[in-house]
Design a protein around this ligand. Structure first.
Ligand code: SIN
Length: 486
């Protein structure tokens, strides 16, 4: 097998695929996928892609993004996102992608929480991510190496030369002039999450092990409405667009209580709604539901077919029956620190894009449906930078193919313990005592005779906890409650 490329892309979500599609076919590109290509967060994205509906809406999209981000966004990144959004969408449409339209052929925009107007494009009803993913896979012209676990980056003297991988029971190096990390966030660190099973913070951990900075790691987003009962690892997301179009959050008696927490009720930013549900459940010990009675059945089935059929498969008759809900981990605002071209400071030829990256665009709380747009806009900028800077000749360095033991007996139990620890102590509501407890346990686990992959998860978990401990006051998704133990 060929082991030397112009560009190596790690990850097959929107950010990775679109980076490849933005590059010329003349480049030698390889994409590596940890599993099947569709095991990525893009594939499971329901709601849609947020985009300014016209020129005048760009500044409003900026304003909504900054407000949801609770004053913690990088304003320049937000302006790049919102002002380049319409062009990025147009490029996708020009390639042949079809968003949902009305009978007159006009694009349909829906609303989600904290958006001041309807600006969410969707496809296949509630299957936006799946439709975009399939479309991009159909356009792809470069190979994908499936079932490939990246175990390290080949970095020497501030320059990246490729990645070490495990594929078909063999460890070997893949060399490239440019390496792009587009591997998504950190979902598997948490007990309850909506992420693909491949999303387990490996690349963030590898970056930490090379001294590469992560930023905003205390900023972890919890989606308010997931169906978390049952044994599925990835919890069923119940799109925010359900609430945007009339679904209500109620308790056992049918009482709408989110208004007690915020005057915007169910359409408050998602950190607020998540905390309201979490707190109300703890305080009252009552079950909380998503009530879909505002929907007419035929319309519901046509507008939200994935949710309709997924829930039907587990015995729910929608929209007639209400669904028990809980918040679940959904998205990492924090990630590998990059500039607005995806470049990672201090390591030449290494980029990060999409959820793996932190440009500061989401601040302390990502505005709903801004992430697919981020993937489109910033992958284009990464590709442009690659085209500007890719050297025709690059001196190749040869790296050892020796790798530490990746998995050891007992890792699975520790992984589950870690998930519970992160959910309980570094989750929706935090306090100093429990964060310190979690930090101590993670430090202990790191010293155990464990495999490298678990160690990477632990390094990232420690970073999340440390960042949370450093930020003493609540901000956006990072909520510090009064410490009853002090
Ligand atoms: C959703 O459909 O609620 C998810 C949208 C998002 O995460 O932006």
């Amino acid at each position: 097998m060929k082991t030397s490329y112009d560009v190596l892309i790690i990850g097959t979500g929107i950010a990775g695929l679109q980076t490849a599609l933005n590059l010329p076919k003349s480049l030698n590109i390889l994409i590596v996928s940890k599993d099947y290509a569709w095991e990525c967060n893009t594939f499971y994205a329901q709601g849609g892609v947020a985009v300014a509906v016209d020129e005048a809406d760009i500044s409003l999209h900026v304003k909504d993004t900054l407000e949801a981000g609770t004053g913690h966004c990088n304003k320049e990144a937000v302006e790049v996102l919102c002002s380049n959004g319409p062009l990025a969408i147009q490029r996708l449409i020009d390639m042949g992608f079809e968003f949902d339209k009305d009978e007159k052929g006009k694009l349909l925009y829906t609303k989600e929480a904290a958006h001041s107007q309807n600006r969410i494009l969707h496809a296949g009803g509630d299957a936006t991510g799946r439709y975009i993913h399939l479309f991009m896979m159909e356009q792809l012209f470069c190979p994908i190496l499936y079932n490939t676990q990246v175990t390290d980056l080949l970095i020497e003297d501030g320059e990246c030369y490729g990645a070490r991988v495990l594929h078909a029971d063999r460890i070997f190096n893949l060399y490239a002039k440019k390496v792009i990390i587009a591997s998504g966030g950190v979902g598997s660190l948490y007990e309850y999450h909506t992420n693909a099973r491949t999303i387990s913070a490996d690349m963030q951990g590898i970056c930490l092990s090379h001294g590469i900075a992560l930023a905003d790691m205390e900023m972890m987003q919890f989606h308010p409405t997931a169906f978390v009962l049952g044994n599925a690892v990835r919890k069923q997301l119940l799109s925010e667009s359900l609430r945007g179009e009339g679904a209500k959050v109620v308790d056992e008696e049918g009482k709408r209580f989110v208004y007690e927490y915020d005057t915007r009720g169910e359409l408050a930013p998602r950190d607020i709604v998540s905390r309201a549900i979490f707190d109300y459940k703890q305080k009252t010990q009552k079950e909380v539901y998503l009530d879909l009675s505002a929907f007419e059945e035929a319309h519901f089935k046509q507008r939200f077919p994935s949710i309709y059929f997924n829930m039907k498969n587990i015995g729910y008759d929608l929209p007639r029956q209400r669904i028990p809900i809980s918040p679940a981990f959904h998205y990492a605002m924090g990630g590998i620190k990059t500039d607005l071209e995806g470049k990672i400071a201090g390591v030449k030829n290494l980029y990060a894009v999409g959820e793996a990256a932190n440009t500061g665009v989401h601040g302390a709380n990502r505005l709903a449906s801004n992430s697919l747009l981020e993937g489109l806009v910033f992958s284009y900028r990464v590709a442009q930078d690659i085209l500007k800077t890719i050297a025709q000749e690059k001196t190749l360095k040869v790296f050892s193919e020796k790798e530490a033991i990746l998995m050891k007996e007992g890792d699975k139990e520790l992984k589950n313990e870690l998930r519970n620890l992160m959910w309980c102590h570094a989750g929706i509501m935090r306090d100093k005592t429990n964060l310190e407890k979690a930090f101590k346990r993670v430090e202990e686990m790191i010293e155990l005779p464990i495999g490298k992959l678990l160690k990477l998860r632990l390094l990232v978990s420690r970073e999340i906890i440390q960042s949370a401990l450093k930020r003493k006051a609540s901000l956006g998704a990072h909520y510090i409650k009064e410490d009853v133990n002090r």
